[in-house]
Design a protein. Structure first.
Length: 850
């Protein structure tokens, strides 16, 4: 439990630590309930620090002994750590503490998962292991000895000596404590090797529990491809003799980039064709790349303080998205990223949790591992690259690595390398880091008969608690122009908007063009432009920019769905005709066609309605989506069977872009066909499926059609022993339920013997799925809200971090009608009133209530 009166920490209050740590020696004597941690740390006064107070963080530790230069000392203890008078000269701190990993349910610090010891120290978990200046700007080399009667004993860095029930590790690269890791257990290695660009051989291992050996090959291959890519594209070579990855079942997040010893949620690394979907494979590839890329962007160059989190996360997300674009289809990756940004980051940026990419204050840093810091942070780097160009970006990155290797840096350091390389003044650009909120970009166009086409943009960002008076930002707007014949008359040009209102002219045009604005989604803004259905249909047919062509499809879908939900309109024939043309266009990549077919998220539709001054009705939105899908199925009925046939893959399964694109389109077509054939094809696909992608998409359609009872049972029997597949079983039943059933299906699943609610994956598979079922979660009777609140209240005392993250499900509450608002407010107040509520959840609920 955290302290009752949470403190707010401010960026402006940063001061360096009074001591430099030269070297850390740790010894772990492992025991489930009484692990002893002995530390021997060399400190010396920091000449650059004014504050010389010797404060070491420490939480939940039993202090056994403490010594300075060999002399027993008696520090003053508090729930946050200890203070002590120390000599103004270099000294050795020695300390022994006892901790209880077996009862650590928060999964932060040293904890146990299925009998295996593992750690999670980012952001502030190391203080639960021993007393230490647990802040990212304190960097040191670490030597670790693990004593424990377990076959595998791992820590960061290179292997040292080892013997019966002990092992030593030495990490030569100075690192902050949040990158510390230890793993001990009965694990099996899937080994590999990698020869670096300078010819050094690196030992690779993917460590898994017995039984998971068959799920390692893809992860290992993805790791090798990531290592090669980072050498080739960023010139970054790996810097240790060994790189270990460990899969654990109980993990709050996706994975963690601990130096030389990455720890992964097993869902983010284990994969096999039979048990994992194409989407799982793609996600795993991206996460492995992400964690590996952190070795340079995060580990070699780390953050001065946690306000600078985007320094490592925004950049590393940007790098992993470049990697995926290179490995797979760049347009498909771009579209998927924007779908994700609009679904997760826009609601955050436009609600009570809005915060800048670099926040200026927090109570619990774990609450700031957000879509804004990560995904908007990556968008900001993508904009920077667009503005300076690829060559200057590469030069700036080289300078960044050369100048700051081994340092703990700030966003100012990051921007400075770009200023130094390009001579640009990035003062205004920096607002992307300091201002919350999504800019709205409205557009007006004018044509004069002398052949000039003028675009006038106006930007405005809604004020928020975090940014009460936002100023104009630098917005790179990529624009191309099409002739009414469909031909491109002006190739993509990058307009650099800096003013609140600004005009740009295109001259020498023979006739009034049709603009294609914000190509490639060149800035994370909301484009507000009155566009006719005809113009959208035109762009859908002709735009040469794949992103905008896709966006025209989603805009058409959004418009017709909103008309249907708000005004009872019929499906727009322009949308249906356009989609039928897209479906039948063999020249388009199947993966791209699948994305075109997907409807905008229902929560996103609700946001658009609320933005336009309406009170969204979740049930009306759900009905509109169902009706539109049914209408499309009927209109495309004749072409669907042949298209579906063409998506069947006859070669052996591979998770590559080509095959998975076919299966993605096949899945979208199956969803349409199931509306027409009563589930016959889905039943057939389910019966024949030899991979999880096909099996799960068939099962999903059968459940949705209300015909899946037998298969739901069979699926459970088949996969009972596989926890990652059973997570899918939990999730799918909720996702595919009707709105009136979603909460009761989820509730029933929470009563299932396999509902192991202390496992974050299972908890999210069930209750996270409910929160993501827009109409089900917002059921008018409040059953969705109360079920989620009930479980969050139950989970908070055990696992504050996962509880707090899931509170975000309530962040959009002010969009809805007064009855729903009252229901949500009551649930949030019920959570807030829990005695001993964690600091994490308290902060989230308080911010959401506003
Ligand atoms: N740095 C990791 C993610 C991560 C963040 C926080 C954690 O605990 C609070 C755990 C993992 C990454 O970006 O992958
Ligand atoms: Zn990361």
């Amino acid at each position: 439990m955290k302290d009752a009166a949470p403190k707010t920490i401010y960026l402006q209050d940063y001061t360096p630590f009074g001591y430099i740590v030269d070297d850390v020696h740790l010894t772990f004597d492992l025991a489930p309930n009484a692990t002893r941690v002995t530390s021997r740390i060399a400190f010396r006064p920091n000449p650059d620090a004014e504050d010389t107070r010797f404060f070491l963080h420490g939480e939940g530790l039993t202090l056994i002994s403490a010594r300075i230069n060999g002399e027993e000392v008696d520090p003053e203890l508090s729930p946050e750590g200890l203070v002590l008078d120390v000599p103004a000269l270099p000294f050795i701190w020695e300390c022994e503490v006892e901790i209880d990993p077996a009862n650590n349910t928060a999964l932060e610090g040293l904890y146990m998962s299925n009998g295996m010891y593992c750690t999670q120290c980012e952001a502030e978990g190391f203080r639960k292991i021993t007393y230490y200046p647990d802040r990212p700007d304190v960097m040191s080399t670490f030597t670790v000895r693990i004593n424990g009667d377990l076959p595998v004993l791992l820590s960061n860095g290179n292997k040292g000596d080892s013997g019966e029930a002990w092992a030593e590790w030495h990490d030569p690269w100075p690192k902050p404590a949040y990158l510390f890791a230890l793993v001990a257990g009965e694990l099996i290695a899937h080994p590999g090797t990698f020869e670096t660009c300078t010819g050094r051989e690196v030992e690779l291992n993917l460590w898994v529990r017995p039984g998971d050996e068959g799920k390692c090959a893809f992860g290992m291959d993805a790791l090798k491809r990531s290592m090669r890519w980072d050498e080739e594209v960023y010139g970054r070579e790996y810097d240790l003799d060994i790189f270990n990855i460990v899969a654990v079942d109980d993990f709050n997040m996706g994975a963690m980039e601990n130096k030389g010893l990455n720890i992964f949620n097993s869902s983010a690394v284990l994969a096999s064709p039979e048990t994992s979907t194409d989407m799982n494979f793609e996600r795993i590839e991206a996460i492995i790349a992400h964690e590996y890329f952190h070795n340079w962007t995060g580990n070699r160059i780390t953050c001065r303080d946690w306000f600078q989190l985007c320094l490592k996360e925004g950049l590393t997300v940007f790098r992993d998205s470049q990697f995926t674009a290179d490995m797979r289809s760049a347009p498909v990756k771009r579209i998927s990223d924007v779908i994700d940004l609009r679904a997760r980051q826009f609601p955050e940026d436009n609600g009570p949790l809005a915060h800048p990419v670099r926040p200026e204050s927090f109570q619990e840093i774990n609450n700031f591992y957000t879509a804004t810091v990560y995904e908007k942070g990556a968008e900001v780097i993508a904009m920077l690259r667009r503005l300076v160009g690829d060559a200057a970006y590469a030069e700036a990155l080289d300078l960044y690595f050369a100048r700051h290797d081994g340092q703990a840096c700030t966003i100012e350091d990051w921007l400075k390398v770009f200023e130094d390389v390009t001579g640009r003044d990035l003062t205004q650009f920096k607002r992307w880091y300091s201002q919350a909120g999504t800019p709205r970009l409205s557009v007006q166009d004018d044509w004069d008969d002398a052949g000039t086409y003028r675009l006038t943009f106006t930007q405005s960002t809604p004020p928020s608690v975090a940014s009460p008076s936002p100023q104009p930002q630098v917005i790179p707007v990529a624009v191309g122009l099409l002739a009414p014949s469909g031909e491109e008359v002006a190739e993509t040009r990058l307009l650099e908007m800096t003013e609140a209102t600004q005009s740009f002219d295109f001259t020498g045009l023979p006739e009034r063009p049709v603009p294609s604005i914000l190509r490639g989604f060149s800035a994370p803004v909301i484009l507000e432009r009155e566009v006719t259905t005809e113009e959208r249909a035109f762009l859908l047919a002709h735009d040469t920019d794949p992103f905008n062509r896709w966006d025209a499809a989603t805009a058409l879908a959004r418009t017709t769905l909103n008309d249907m939900a708000l005004h009872g309109a019929a499906p727009d024939p322009a949308y249906l005709d356009g989609m039928c043309r897209v479906l039948g266009d063999d020249g388009l990549d199947p993966a791209y066609r699948a994305l075109m077919l997907a409807l905008p998220g229902q929560s996103e539709l609700a946001a658009a309605q609320a933005d336009a001054g309406h009170r969204p009705d979740p049930m009306a939105i759900w009905t509109a989506c169902e009706t539109l899908r049914q209408a499309l199925a009927e209109q495309a009925a004749e072409m669907l069977p042949a298209l579906f046939e063409a998506c069947q893959v006859t070669e052996p399964y591979s998770p590559d872009a080509e095959q998975s694109g076919k299966r993605a389109l096949g899945g979208a077509l199956l969803a349409l066909l199931t509306r027409l054939d009563g589930g016959a094809r889905a039943e057939d696909q389910y019966a024949k499926a030899d991979n999880m992608t096909l099996q799960l998409s068939a099962l999903g359609q059968l459940i949705r059609a209300g015909k899946g009872d037998a298969q739901v049972e069979a699926f459970y029997d088949q996969w009972q022993g596989d926890r990652l597949v059973i997570d899918k079983w939990f999730m799918l039943q909720v996702v595919q339920s009707t709105p009136d059933q979603a909460a009761s299906v989820a509730r029933k699943l929470t009563e299932h013997p396999d509902f192991n609610w202390k496992n974050p994956n299972r908890f999210r598979a069930t209750l996270g799925a409910l929160a993501g079922h827009h109409a089900g979660f917002h059921a008018a009777d409040g059953s969705g809200y109360s079920l989620l609140a009930e479980w969050l209240i139950k989970l908070d005392p055990l696992n504050p971090q996962t509880t707090a993250r899931m509170c975000a499900a309530f962040q959009t509450w002010r969009r809805y009608d007064s009855d729903r608002q009252a229901l949500i407010r009551a649930e949030l107040s019920r959570i807030a009133a829990q005695p001993g509520l964690s600091r994490d959840t308290t902060e989230m609920v308080t911010r959401i209530l506003g």
